[in-house]
Design a protein around this ligand. Structure first.
Ligand SMILES: [Zn+2]
Length: 288
């Protein structure tokens, strides 16, 4: 666990996604939850070692399992974007079975077994654009940006100049655009740059800075440009997905190559859909 300021902490070494918390003076506000039950319980203990203030809220930055599955071990006072709530409502038995299968496939039966008692804790408070928590001496702004998923939101701890970005920022790995919108994503990165915070906690990877934002924008811009070119050349979505040349932009460990390649293709496919929709809406663009 890293202490980022007097009252803000983050952990970048749990499975699923980075997590963090803010000690407000009037309770603790958490950002995302470790997905594996034993790690979520351990996280709770670690928080209790830092402060005896109780957990008052948990904010999920999106609805993906890496961010929300540990909710049940932390609190039921969950806050998330309205669209995250909508997605999470559908997490039933088949969702749990897929999760268990995934860990069995990864040769981690002991982790798979931990999910037998999975209980999805839905957000009880939702918002659509922005929400501000005024707690103790902290102003915690929840800012919807979309991009990674339609629900993705940032958490800005104003007094401490710390921003938890969810998966809109990931460091040294491919961003997953397969459920998102690349245009919105670029706008979100611009917004973050303009916010000018001191510390950025990405959804995955180490605590980072402006350089990471720059690199991500560059990657997404290049993906959009390559997809546009292939689309104009008459390539299908599948052809485009195997031709876009960006897989080596970020390092990918050997053991993750297959899964990352699949997600990469899903990202390209999503951008392809976006480009196609753009051309269908304004046929004139075709002539350019
Ligand atoms: Zn996500």
């Amino acid at each position: 666990m890293q202490q980022l300021t007097k009252d803000v902490y983050a952990e970048t070494d749990v499975r699923g996604a980075n997590v963090g918390f803010v000690v407000t003076g009037e309770g603790v506000v958490l950002i995302d939850s470790p997905m594996v039950p034993s790690e979520a319980r351990r996280w709770r203990e670690q928080i209790a070692e830092i402060t005896d203030q109780e957990i008052i809220y948990l904010i999920n930055t999106d609805h993906h399992r890496g961010h929300v599955l540990g909710n049940q071990y932390l609190t039921t006072a969950v806050i998330a974007h309205e669209l995250a709530w909508k997605e999470m409502k559908s997490y039933g038995d088949s969702f749990r079975q897929r999760l268990i299968n995934r860990f069995i496939k990864d040769n981690k039966p002991e982790v798979a077994a931990e999910f037998e008692n999975l209980k999805i804790i839905l957000p009880r408070l939702t918002f659509t654009n922005r929400m501000i928590l005024h707690k103790g001496n902290k102003t915690i702004r929840l800012i919807h940006v979309g991009g990674h998923t339609p629900a993705t939101s940032l958490v800005h701890v104003v007094e401490d100049s710390v921003l938890f970005t969810g998966d809109i920022v990931v460091k040294d790995r491919h961003p997953f655009i397969g459920h998102g919108n690349s245009k919105e994503w670029l706008d979100a990165l611009t917004f973050i740059r303009q916010l000018g915070v001191r510390t950025i906690v990405p959804g995955h990877g180490e605590i980072c800075d402006k350089e990471t934002l720059q690199q991500l924008s560059e990657y997404i811009r290049q993906m959009r440009a390559q997809v546009r070119k292939l689309y104009r050349a008459g390539r299908t979505k599948t052809e485009t997905a195997s031709r876009v040349d960006l897989f080596d932009f970020f390092p990918v460990p050997d053991k993750d190559r297959q899964r990352t390649r699949k997600r990469f293709k899903a990202s390209v496919g999503r951008v392809y859909e976006e480009v196609r929709a753009g051309y269908e809406l304004s046929p004139k663009a075709k002539k350019k």
